[in-house]
Design a protein around this ligand. Structure first.
Ligand code: ING
Length: 301
């Protein structure tokens, strides 16, 4: 048994006016609750420090650099790293990253139990659009504010297993999980911010979006015999609803924990990384069963 006690720390809404300090206080409260429930890893949402600002259009993108972090830990997040080290708890959270040479990424990090950053991922699949779109009920300007990630889908040997990261829209693409699956991933950590309303298909209700959320995560887990922990920022941000539905899925594709609210909520589950072995050595023994000579289109188009 290689147990990782994982806390999925769903966060409720973050308003445009909320300070990073106020948000970090909420994240620390969630971490304290996770500790009390025995967690040794906590997973937070995508863009966990700020409101989902890509819903807003601004002509001069430099005006939005205030939503980005130039260093990590930053002054505002230092207390979070300190509390994590105190709790001996690894953590994963997303934030907007502005690099010293001026690149903008939708980023997530993984720390070890001492609060040291051991892994970084930059979101590869950016949904949405670059210019203001009058046809949409609301804007989704991730392609305007972020560059596609340049670090690929890596995995890290941490917490006694093989851990991978992805962000939000990545969870809808089978390639995300398979590239990590081919590296032996045993647990994929994914934060998301997903609008409850489809900007281009307003008749699609939130139930259908929650269905696609579960479907994407369960398929990725099952088809690569890996745990997947997917954590929402949810609730109404300045009049724009995001759905919750944070969930933990086991390597057989079963949902073992799911959020009930659209607010701050901690789910904890004892994930046995050895539960990935059966799938990886039978039905999804890639070396034995995959026929890559027929897969060329996937990487050539
Ligand atoms: N949000 C959404 C997501 O992929 C989206 C965008 C919603 C795309 C529904 C397609 C369908 O969950 C982010 N931030 O990627």
């Amino acid at each position: 048994m290689r147990i990782v006690n994982v806390a999925a720390a769903q966060m409720g809404p973050i308003q445009k006016a909320d300070s990073r300090e106020a948000v970090v206080k909420r994240m620390i409260a969630l971490m304290d609750e996770a500790k009390a429930k025995g967690a040794d890893l906590i997973v937070y949402p995508e863009l966990a420090l700020t409101t989902f600002f890509p819903r807003w259009y601004v002509e001069d993108r430099a005006e939005f650099d205030n939503w980005f972090e130039r260093e990590m830990p930053s002054a505002a997040t230092k207390p979070l790293f300190e509390r994590a080290a105190q709790h001996q708890m690894a953590m994963n959270f997303g934030y907007a990253e502005l690099t010293p040479d001026g690149h903008h990424f939708n980023t997530a990090i993984l720390t070890d139990k001492s609060g040291r950053i051991v892994g970084k991922y930059r979101k590869i699949h950016l949904p949405g659009h670059v210019e203001y779109d009058t046809k949409r009920s609301h804007q989704h300007l991730e392609k305007r504010y972020f560059e596609p990630g340049d670090l690929g889908f890596k995995v890290w040997r941490e917490l006694g297993g093989i851990i991978g990261m992805a962000i939000c829209n990545d969870r809808r693409w089978p390639e995300t999980y398979r590239v990590m699956g081919l590296q032996g991933v045993e647990m994929v950590l994914i934060g998301y911010n997903t609008p409850s309303v489809n900007a281009e298909k307003s008749e699609e209700g939130v139930e259908k979006r929650l269905f696609h959320n579960r479907l994407s995560v369960q398929a990725g887990a099952y088809q690569n015999a890996t745990w997947v922990v997917a954590v929402a920022k949810a609730g109404n941000e300045d009049g724009h609803p995001l759905f919750g539905g944070s969930l933990i899925v086991d390597p057989n594709g079963e949902i073992v924990a799911e959020a009930k609210t659209d607010d701050d909520e901690v789910l904890v589950h004892a994930c046995d990384l050895d539960a990935t072995t059966f799938g990886k050595t039978t039905i999804f023994d890639f070396a034995r069963h995959r026929r890559i000579e027929h897969y060329g289109l996937i990487t050539s188009q």
